[in-house]
Design a protein around this ligand. Structure first.
Ligand code: HEM
Length: 437
């Protein structure tokens, strides 16, 4: 029932006497009461993360929006006062050893401006729109795999493979290699621990990153060797990146690899969680699920479109935006942030701020006043948002249309959420339904 939906605090936040425990498994299952407390009592809150790094958590919508667009907050981990990046404590586990650092989420203007312009040239809305039939085909093939069985784990059989195959196709990873990617991506998911570490330098995440790095380097090399002088209309993204040039300045092979890597990394677990968290929230809110199903049955896409945005706001894939570091002293929400301090903007908390959203803990698929921060804000605003929307809309619409009586096959308390600092998502999502042909 809506009373037990995630985010409806069992204990009113205001009654909590002191700062709630953060980053425990219980917190992972429902962080929203703790975020409500922080928003009210400590909106810019300094805390020690499980990795031992001290960081500021920003939980109010207005502060969050300001911080995301503040040029004094750098994305480059060299600005961290503790130099923790060298110890693998901030950033993506394994990326440093694999030399994939120079990607969009780690750099500032003017490098960011140059690289973002180049990748935008290759990552066009046209390319994404042309991709819609393929996303539909992938979605249907995955549902075909379990429809006759009457039950499935939607994370493993649906939400996890869909984005990885989609992004591989878009990048131009040959079909015969895509199952390797699926395995490496699976390693990355399995080994992510609370606090965002990958289990140390020899951990599973670092190993997976190394494999991906090696494969991409070779693939880029091969594609460069056979690149035709003029682009084909359906040219893949890696070829587009190799071709992309700005005032005659080409991307280096390493920059192409770092870019392909960040597209994979940023576009994979996020979309898994959009489909996973989104389906979960819908299955727990019968009136909204019915509303969406009725509207899909009439061929209307309006509720689907506003609904996906609402699901991003309500329980979005990215719980905290990626790291930012103060390059000069600044004041945020009344707190003094010192040079070198890490700042983590808690998107999940900002998007439930009652100062910005009416009835923020209610899932309302028809919400139109919804400037949520699920895709970030400012110059690092999600580059892949059109692709994420396409995948999310296709996945949910197809699932609810082909398996109309789909329902949860587990008690919410028995479901486990994945650890990890940045992302928020379920490990498994068991469902049942009337077997379909
Ligand atoms: C950046 C969310 C899917 C590529 C971001 C940021 C957020 C975000 C919050 C900003 C992070 C920050 O400022 O620290 C999401 C969500 C997704 C999604 C919720 C799915 C529902 C995708 C996909 C791709 C992608 C499918 C690409 C294939 C990127 C890239 C950036 C980014 C390249 C960095 C942009 C920059 O720094 O200029 N995303 N993302 N994302 N996203 Fe996404």
């Amino acid at each position: 029932s809506p009373d037990t939906a995630p985010g409806c605090p069992a204990h009113p936040a205001a009654a909590a006497p002191s700062a709630p425990a953060l980053f425990t498994w219980e917190f992972g299952a429902d962080p929203y009461p703790a975020y409500a407390w922080l928003r009210e009592h400590a909106p810019v809150h300094r805390t020690e993360l499980p990795s031992g790094v001290e960081a500021w958590l920003v939980t109010r919508y207005a502060d969050a929006r300001q911080a995301l667009a503040d040029a004094r907050l750098s994305k480059n981990p060299v600005h961290h006062s503790e130099g923790a990046h060298g110890k693998g404590k901030v950033g993506i586990p394994g990326e440093r050893s694999a030399n994939l650092m120079t990607h969009l989420l780690n750099i500032d203007p003017p490098d960011h401006t140059r690289l973002r312009r180049l990748v935008s040239k290759a990552f066009t809305p046209r390319r994404v729109a042309a991709f819609a039939p393929r996303v539909q085909e992938l979605t249907d093939a995955l549902i075909d795999g379990f429809a006759a069985r009457g039950e499935a784990d939607l994370i493993h059989e649906f939400a996890f493979p869909l984005p990885i195959y989609a992004i591989c196709d878009l990048l131009g990873v040959p079909r015969e290699d895509q199952d390797d990617f699926r395995d490496w991506a699976g390693m990355m998911l399995r080994h992510t621990k609370p606090g965002g570490t990958g289990g140390g330098p020899r951990g599973g995440v670092a190993k997976a990153v190394k494999k991906i790095r090696g494969y991409l380097a070779e693939l880029i090399h091969r594609k460069r060797a056979v690149l035709p002088p003029e682009p084909a209309p359906d040219e893949d993204l890696i070829s587009g990146l190799i071709r992309a040039s700005d005032h005659g300045e080409h991307l280096t092979e390493n920059e192409v690899a770092a870019m392909a890597f960040i597209l994979l990394f940023a576009g994979f677990e996020t979309t898994v969680n959009l489909i996973g968290n989104g389906t979960y929230a819908l299955l727990r809110t019968p009136d909204q699920r019915e509303l969406l199903q009725k509207s899909l049955a009439t061929g209307d896409r309006e509720v689907l479109a506003t609904g996906i945005e609402e699901l991003l706001r309500y329980d979005g894939p990215v719980e905290l935006a990626t790291w930012r570091f103060a390059t000069e002293e600044l004041t945020l929400g009344g707190e003094r942030i010192a040079v070198g301090d890490p700042v983590l903007v808690v998107l999940a908390a900002a998007d439930r701020d009652p100062a910005r959203f009416d009835a923020p803990d209610t899932l309302d698929l028809r919400r139109t006043d919804n400037p949520h921060l699920g895709y970030g804000h400012g110059i690092h605003y999600c580059l892949g948002a059109p692709l994420a929307r396409l995948e999310g809309q296709t996945a949910l619409a197809t699932l609810l249309t082909r398996l109309p009586d789909i329902r949860l096959a587990a008690e919410p308390d028995d479901l486990r959420w994945r650890g990890g600092l940045i992302m928020r998502g379920l490990r498994t999502l068991p469902v049942e339904f009337t077997p379909a042909p």
